[in-house]
Design a protein. Sequence first.
Length: 141
Amino acid sequence: MKRSITRPDVYRHRPLKVLPSTAMAYFWSRTSMFKEVLDVVQAVEPWPGVHVTPRHDGLSLTLGGGALGYLRWNGQIELPFGPDVRDRLVAERLASRDPDHPDTDRVVIAIRTAADVDRALWLLRLAYLLSDSAHPPAGCA
């Protein structure tokens, strides 16, 4: 029996499955920045209205349906800000422009050390407070 090789790839458009939490924990535990990433997630999760959702290439941090930030598997966090805030953060070297998308208002930082965790949390608090749907988390005032 002959099989056609011209048949389209039916699996090409299948959505990627999100790893279950145990698999994600295993993946993160194999990276050198596990503790730092976990510190960020554990600090942000209890904030009112914040949801941490796994994605195929990281964790999405949302607030009221809008993006608060995006934590990639490589330890880089992307944060959306308006152009004025973004320019000020870049000028003060608190964050960098997104190298993959330099024309956007996003800034990025790499989380590698405890100091990076503190800076990421400070920037996430700023994004949270600037959001329209924010209810300040404890310790942000």
